[in-house]
Design a protein around this ligand. Sequence first.
Ligand code: FES
Length: 112
Amino acid sequence: MTQIIFLPHEELCPDGAVLEANKGDSVLDVALKNGIGIEHACEKSCACTTCHIIVREGFDSLAESDELEDDLLDKAWGLEPESRLGCQAFVNDQDLVVEIPKYTLNHASEDH
Ligand code: FES
């Protein structure tokens, strides 16, 4: 079992969470299964940016992102070097520390 530690996010998990994950699970699925409602507008088909997450620890244990994911991430709000799409980031054998960005692109465009 691998653990994913979610850092506190004001709306989605105000106290943060420590979740158990199996190798091969996507970070998004683990979050959703445990009641952390990360958006997933394209239903996990790597065609939006609403499932954007930032992997603060364990980033290098994930399989590398492909070109399509990188292109989408370029459009994400608050892009960082350790950004991934949650539906494309599959747990390996190392624990992860994950931050959920404050906004998704949808929110950002509403707010600004
Ligand atoms: S849910 Fe759309 S890219 Fe992950």
